[in-house]
Design a protein around this ligand. Structure first.
Ligand SMILES: [Zn+2]
Length: 370
């Protein structure tokens, strides 16, 4: 046997997904299809690592699959040639994993425990929408036995690098198996999904389940350990989800409006019942025009909004323009605090973990608006 049941099940699921994603080409854009291909290809490589050498992402799953069948059908003396067949992973421990964002790394670290060594490319204050992989990053990525990224176009400028790497290495988006009905698709995002899913903690914990199942399939020898570490981590996320809901509910309803620099908090708003108004759209790539700033000044003056928030990974230039605009109309607005939107805080601090970053945001928002 080259594949365990779990991998087989996933591959069947992904086969279906690729078909449906292909139908969604215009809707999802290139990376949606790309990540489906990357995902399926990654699974195929894991299913039969040490098997076929492949160089073509699109046809690889079929080829790796037929190679797996051939191995299984041949006589059993080939086990030395395919020493890892059936084990899934025969590389070094701890398994070198490279993640793009800190939030993705946090999932892998907590669920992988001692069996993995995780590094994140993007540290504190880094904007993933604009991030380009440096030559050093590419070296780091090549050295990884597993690459994890957030997906849904978040790492928009890394798509080509990820595709290239996926030809030789397992590369996965942790959002890959999220069902479409969980995702926001606001009209201003022009047919793309909102990638900031980590701000609905219940959705991010599904990404945690994905990482748990992925690691268990990737390294079946330690599958029980991964399931064991995932349990308290996912329980912590469930408690965090509850905390956010309860805390935001303490803000009087008329004051429950979150004004931010870019639209990272849509899921947060939906999940925890707070209205969100952002100057920039889905990605920090688009510049907010004077018209948009003036529109927002109107909204703040009319609705008597007293506090706006800056983000650690986005320039505060637009927020400052907003405050100036309000002042010119004799309405005082203060900066309510700094929120962690697309990057966690400094490693070793409370906000340097995913649960810590969410908690810090909730406390900052409640402290300023209540
Ligand atoms: Zn963002």
């Amino acid at each position: 046997m080259c594949e365990n049941d779990e991998t087989m099940r996933k591959r069947r699921v992904m086969k279906k997904r690729v078909t449906s994603d292909t139908e969604l080409i215009p809707k999802l854009g290139r990376l949606g299809v790309l990540s489906a291909l990357i995902f399926t290809f990654g699974l195929a490589l894991i299913a039969c690592s040490g098997g076929s050498e492949t160089d073509d992402g699109a046809s690889a799953p079929a080829r790796a699959s037929s190679s797996a069948k051939a191995t299984a059908d041949e006589d059993h003396d080939h086990t030395s040639e395919h020493a890892n067949t059936g084990d899934g992973y025969d590389g070094p421990y701890p398994i070198p994993i490279v993640a793009t964002t800190g939030m993705v790394a946090d999932l892998a670290r907590n669920i992988g425990g001692d069996h993995v060594s995780v590094s994140a490319l993007m540290g504190e204050g880094i904007d993933p929408h604009l991030y380009k992989a440096s030559p050093g990053d590419v070296t780091k990525l090549r050295g990884a036995n597993l690459i994890l990224y957030s997906g849904l176009h978040l790492e928009g400028k890394m798509a080509d690098v990820l595709l290239r790497l996926a030809r030789r290495q397992p590369v996965y988006a942790v959002t890959e198996e999220l069902s479409e009905d969980l995702m926001r698709e606001p009209p201003e995002f022009q047919g793309q999904y909102d990638p900031h899913v980590w701000f609905d903690v219940s959705i991010w914990s599904r990404c945690g389940e994905f990482v748990r199942d992925l690691l268990a399939g990737f390294d079946p020898d330690h599958a029980e350990d991964y399931r064991g570490s995932a349990e308290p981590y996912l329980a912590e996320l469930a408690a965090l989800d509850q905390y956010a809901r309860e805390q935001i509910a303490t803000i009087p309803e008329e004051k429950r409006i979150l004004v931010t620099a870019h639209d990272a908090f849509g899921y947060f708003g939906d999940a925890y019942d707070i209205e969100v108004i952002a100057i920039q759209g889905i990605s920090t790539e688009s510049e907010a025009g004077v018209y948009k700033i003036n529109q927002m000044v109107d909204a703040l003056v009319t609705r008597k909004i007293k506090a706006v928030f800056v983000e650690t990974s986005v320039s505060d230039k637009n927020i400052k323009a907003l405050i100036e605009g309000c002042r010119a109309r004799e309405h005082d607005v203060v900066i309510g605090g700094s929120l962690y939107s697309d990057a966690m805080g400094k490693h070793g601090t409370q906000a340097g973990t995913y649960p810590g970053m969410v908690r810090s945001n909730v406390d900052t928002i409640v402290g300023a608006l209540k």
